[in-house]
Write a protein that binds this ligand. Structure first.
Ligand code: NAD
Length: 321
């Protein structure tokens, strides 16, 4: 009977880091019905236990799902491993010291994943997500599609929401993508942005909601970039929207959906760039990134992507990989 139950478990997600992002993601994933089993691991074992206890009391209200505290042994048969573990900046600590600390955390977790022969897809969420995705890839030597960063999936959602509110159109009819670094150098790919199939350059002149659409576009783009700063300023951390963005990515992997998502991936010549992880449109499926979708970016957007890549490469040079 026990064996049968084990065999029936097909969609297993391990979340490493039971802090605000990890626990919120678990809550959203449980409600989505996409996973059969969710395992939470944190080096603070009491936190993991407390989060799981709080979550399992919601079982009568969730679709059927097992939620439990786990260990590195759970990596072995996980379909997706979501890494939200990270250290917070301490007083007097430099940005580089924090970066090195988080890079070392990721390397340790990857070490456990590798030693348990996991065949799952690794989804890095901890920041700086592009750098840490690169660290995990280089450390593991795995094929590039299997380790991805959550990248600008969240930022693209923020962009879609702001455009939807501005234009007065259902967010589900707004297709919009933020590309590049998940950070200050990210940019809006206006050439790929459309409302119900109408490119923005055709939509803006007929939408009566703008007085000066060129200026308002710039303001919307900047608001996307500043979103995290505003939320952190108000309440100390961001977690609801990212928890849902992660459900979207994990769902695309578990169900092999071939969804186009702006995850962070290692470039190898695409868009004229290589040896750097950043967000571009990718087809996400069972194996992680199945294909990079080399969309037709305009010259200015290609320059912005290249500028993001240079910033990330400079940061990588400072690291002891
Ligand atoms: P948090 O401090 O609440 O949680 C982090 C957790 O990681 C803690 O519980 C800590 O005990 C755990 N941890 C640290 N090292 C560990 C290890 N080696 N093994 C297991 N657990 C370990 O932080 P948070 O608010 O949940 O944010 C987590 C990360 O996600 C941060 O790096 C944050 O910047 C990032 N984040 C990313 C995005 C995105 O879009 N990519 C959005 C929001 C937050």
């Amino acid at each position: 009977m026990k064996e049968q139950t084990q065999a029936a478990i097909r969609r297993k997600v391990v979340i490493v880091g039971a802090g605000t992002v990890g626990s919120t993601h678990c809550y959203a994933l449980a409600q989505s019905g996409l996973a059969d089993e969710i395992v939470i691991i944190d080096r603070n074992e009491d936190l993991a236990r407390g989060q799981v206890l709080d979550l399992v009391h919601g079982q009568p209200f969730f679709p059927t799902v097992s939620i439990k505290v786990g260990s590195s042994a759970d990596f072995e048969n996980a379909n997706v491993i979501v890494i939200t573990a990270g250290a917070a900046q301490k007083q007097g600590e430099t940005r580089l010291q924090l970066l090195q600390k988080n890079a070392d955390i990721i390397k340790n977790i990857m070490n456990d994943i590798i030693s348990h022969n996991s065949s799952g897809v690794v989804l890095i969420v901890s920041n700086p997500v592009d750098i840490l995705t690169y660290v995990a890839l280089k450390y593991s030597g795995w094929e590039r599609g299997r380790i991805i960063g959550s990248g600008t999936v969240l930022d693209s959602a923020r962009f879609r929401y702001l455009l939807s509110a501005h234009c007065g159109v259902d967010v589900h009819n707004v297709h919009a993508y933020m590309l590049g670094e998940h950070g200050d150098s990210e940019f809006a790919a206006w050439s790929m942005t459309n409302i119900a199939g109408t490119p923005m350059e055709n939509y803006c002149p007929v939408c009566m909601n703008c007085t000066d659409w060129k200026t308002e576009r710039r303001q919307i783009e900047q608001e996307v970039r500043d979103s995290a700063y505003h939320i952190i300023g108000y309440k100390g951390a961001t977690y609801f929207a990212v928890g849902l963005a992660l459900v979207r990515i994990v769902g695309a992997i578990l169900r092999g959906q071939r969804s186009v998502l702006t995850v962070s991936t290692l470039l190898d010549g695409e868009f004229g760039l290589r040896d750097v992880c950043l967000s571009v449109p990718c087809i996400v499926s069972h194996e992680g990134v199945n294909k990079i979708f080399e969309s037709n970016l305009n010259e200015q957007e290609l320059e912005s992507l290249s500028a993001s890549a240079s910033i990330l490469k400079t940061a990588l040079k400072e690291l002891n990989l």
